[in-house]
Every structure is written in structure tokens, then in C-alpha cells.
Design a protein around this ligand. Structure first.
Ligand code: THU
Length: 130
């Protein structure tokens, strides 16, 4: 199954009764395996989690920590743009050149990279001791 189809499929399982905005994310890790996640909202609104966070959690739980490619999809008029927090979460596991595909359920797509999504990312290098 393609990354796009995996993202579209998992999106159907999103729990988004408050926003009505279902998001699906699929990530291909270094092994080639695909991990997926959807947004999971909560009646205590700040406790909700994004689709990207779910996919990353599935990847890490399976023992992988390197992203190869990302696909995020939602039913939005424009290809869905990952939120700031998700950009930082994705950057934890992927280099700046990792392709990120943003899509809509009607098929519009845009391709970008982790580096374009989060220029000047805070990385572990800033914490290195001299
Ligand atoms: N959402 C995601 O899952 N990923 C994003 O990158 C943008 C926003 C979710 C969070 C919330 O459940 C809904 O979309 C509306 O913000």
C-alpha cells in the first residue's frame, strides 16, 4: 500500500468529534515499514493528539527512530500543513531533506521537506558541550 493510501485509510479512524477535522499520517521508516496515526481528540481539548504524533509513537514503539518519508492528509481546501509542534516532533527523527507530502482527500498534493517546514530547528547540536 502506498504512503498516501495508508494515510487516507488511517484517517478514517480519527477521533475528531470536537473539530470535525480528521487527519491521517503515514511515515516510512528506515526499514521501509510504514507506520500510521490519526488525530485523537479529547473532551478536555488540550489532551488531544495530532495524527503525526500517533504515527511517530507507533514507529518508536516498533523500535525504529529514522524517518524516510512522510504523508499527511486531511479534508481541507488546501493540502494540510503540519502544526508547529508536529514539525518539531518530525524533526526529531528525520533530516532536513526528508520529503513530506501534504494532501487533501480530493487528491490535491504538495511536496515539501522537513527542513522547509522547520527552518532553524532546535536540534541536539545546540546542546553539545564545548
Ligand atoms: N491536527 C493534526 O492531527 N495534525 C496537524 O498537523 C494539524 C492539526 C488535528 C488536531 C485536531 O484534532 C484537529 O486537527 C484540528 O486542529
Amino acid at each position: 500500500m502506498s504512503l498516501k493510501d495508508a494515510a487516507l485509510k488511517v484517517r478514517e479512524n480519527a477521533h475528531a468529534p470536537y473539530s470535525g477535522f480528521k487527519v491521517g499520517a503515514a511515515i516510512r521508516a528506515a526499514s521501509g515499514k510504514v507506520y500510521t496515526g490519526c488525530n485523537v481528540e479529547n473532551v478536555a481539548y488540550p489532551e488531544g493528539t495530532c495524527a503525526e504524533a500517533g504515527a511517530i509513537a507507533a514507529m518508536v514503539a516498533a523500535g525504529e527512530t529514522a524517518l524516510q518519508e512522510v504523508y499527511v492528509v486531511a479534508d481541507s481546501p488546501l493540502p494540510v500543513s503540519p502544526c508547529g509542534g508536529c514539525r518539531q516532533k518530525l524533526a526529531e527523527f528525520g533530516a532536513g531533506d526528508v520529503p513530506v507530502h501534504l494532501g487533501t482527500v480530493t487528491g490535491t498534493e504538495q511536496m515539501t521537506t522537513l527542513g522547509e517546514l522547520l527552518p532553524g530547528a532546535f536540534t541536539a547540536e545546540y546542546m553539545a558541550k564545548a
